[in-house]
Design a protein around this ligand. Structure first.
Ligand code: AMP
Ligand code: ZN
Length: 470
């Protein structure tokens, strides 16, 4: 499998550190949990989910870690405004992130530590950097990384450090390239931090943002990782600083492959509160769309290495594309018998399907070209409809198509459409459950008929009533 590596600016094969070549370690910078994530953030996490599922498709075991940033200026300010302890405040948005990820059918990484649960690991790493003279305690009592001690500084973003004032310092976590300088590892406590602070050898304070990811990736995945991902804005300064901290401490190359997802724009513009175009997943649901439709729009609008322009027309297109897929699946299902899955040789009995599966592998292996795979899949859909209309699609071919869809959907993660149950039907179902409890079977039958007249079917199972579209 080949993936673009931002460090080398080339599409390169993934070569895991694991001697057996099976395990791939993946670290992805998680969200800062001071607010609901916007759909731009989720574009990045959907793209990471596509990477994760594709790695699995090619037989790798993915060991994926993503931290939640639950201490920084924004979380501290937010907690103070809401008058809540920091932990209680950030717990709300951690939960919200996990709910939104579920709405979008994003798989949750194997480990999702909160940064504040690992302060000792960060302190130990900072101490190591001090011992190696890669860091120093400044006169204001904070600890800074000395970028002059790391000759490779700027390797990821190809920074030209000439003319840099030696010893210039930045204490904020986020800054522009013009502000490059020694960056903060440990921030000395100030009154604005209120209750937030931990004891350390350098006095009470809190970690900088960059040290979190170096410490957490080392703690959970070891000194070196195969793939490190995040949105493109994290390249500078965050990932540049992660490389400096990790490599200065271990003397080893930190990351094999840097995976950066380009930004989501809305109507061609950068998302911002002042433009009123910053949407959360919840805002999109409030407009009547499903998580499945949003996932499809985020996946299919553009490949991960290109900007994605989000529009409401794009959401309508996603809805139409899903309806086409669902319609096709229904027709295929109606013909397909229940058979065990074929092996690849048996699949050759349906050459069109076998070709599609090969094309899918090629597209994914070529820097996750999901749009190419989708294009080829829609051709397969058109071919199937033609064969169904002509009555030439055999049950075995239908079975193979069903199997191919299951393989493709293990990557797409679209699943089945969730059918909303109208309130009127739900009320009849509730009455029927009561009737059955009271053993009033004639009323129960009468209610079943009413439900059927309204276009639904009800089945009685061991778990209770199951509702099916008629
Ligand atoms: P944050 O919570 O700000 O640290 O962001 C979480 C993730 O979302 C990071 O990987 C960011 O790079 C990414 N991100 C932020 N804005 C966008 C955007 N407009 N499009 C895609 N990814 C984004
Ligand atoms: Zn990070």
């Amino acid at each position: 499998m080949q993936l673009f590596n931002t460090l080398t600016r080339a599409v390169e094969p993934i070569i895991p550190l694991d001697p057996a070549g099976k395990r791939v370690s993946l670290y992805v910078c998680g969200p800062t949990i001071y607010n609901y994530g916007h759909i731009g953030n989720f574009r990045t996490y959907v793209a990471v989910d596509l990477l994760r599922r594709s790695l699995r498709h090619f037989g790798y075991n993915v060991d994926h870690v993503m931290q939640f940033t639950d201490v920084d200026d924004k979380t501290i300010r937010g907690a103070r405004e809401k008058n809540l302890p920091l932990k209680e405040f950030t717990a709300i948005y951690r939960q919200a992130f996990l709910e939104d990820a579920k709405t979008l059918n994003i798989e949750i990484p194997e480990r999702t530590p909160n940064a504040t649960d690992h302060i000792p690991a960060m302190i130990a790493l900072i101490q190591k950097l001090l011992d190696k003279k890669s860091a120093y305690v400044s006169d204001d009592g904070s600890v800074y990384f000395r970028i002059a001690s790391f000759p490779d500084y700027g390797c990821l973003c190809h920074l030209d450090l000439e003319g840099l004032i030696s010893g210039a310092r930045v204490s904020q976590d986020e800054y522009e390239k013009e502000g490059v300088g020694d960056f903060v590892l440990w921030k000395k406590w100030v009154a604005a931090d209120g209750e937030v602070g931990w004891d350390s050898p350098w006095g009470k304070g809190r970690p900088g943002w960059h040290i979190e990811c170096s410490a957490l990736s080392m703690e959970h995945l070891g000194p070196q990782i195969d793939i490190h991902g995040g949105g493109t804005d994290l390249r500078f300064p965050h990932h540049e600083n992660e490389i400096a901290q990790s490599e200065a401490a271990t003397g080893l190359p930190f990351v094999g492959h840097w995976f950066h997802v380009e930004h989501l724009l809305v109507d061609g513009q950068k998302m911002s509160k002042s433009l009123g175009n910053m949407y959360t997943v919840r805002d999109v649901l409030d407009r009547g769309y499903t998580g499945r439709e949003l996932r499809y729009a985020l996946l299919s609008g553009a490949n991960y290495a290109k900007n994605l322009n989000f529009t409401w027309q794009g959401m309508e297109d996603a809805k139409t594309a899903l309806q086409r897929i669902d319609e096709w699946r229904k027709r295929v299902r109606a013909v397909a018998p229940a058979l065990p899955p074929p092996d690849s040789e048996q699949m050759e009995a349906s050459p069109g399907v076998a070709t599609f599966l090969r094309e899918l592998d090629l597209a994914l292996a070529n820097d996750l070209n999901i749009n190419d795979a989708l294009g080829r899949f829609f051709s397969l859909i058109r071919e199937t409809h033609k064969a169904l209309d002509a009555g030439t699609l055999t049950p075995l071919q239908a079975h193979h198509l069903k199997v191919a869809w299951n393989k493709f959907d293990a990557i797409l993660g679209l699943g089945d459409a969730v059918v909303a149950v109208p309130a009127e039907i739900q009320a009849l179902l509730d009455q029927r459950a009561e009737a059955r409890k009271a053993k009033n079977f004639s009323l129960s039958d009468e209610l079943r008929k009413k439900i059927e007249v309204l276009g639904w079917k009800v089945k009685d199972t061991a778990k209770g009533q199951e509702l099916l579209p008629g």
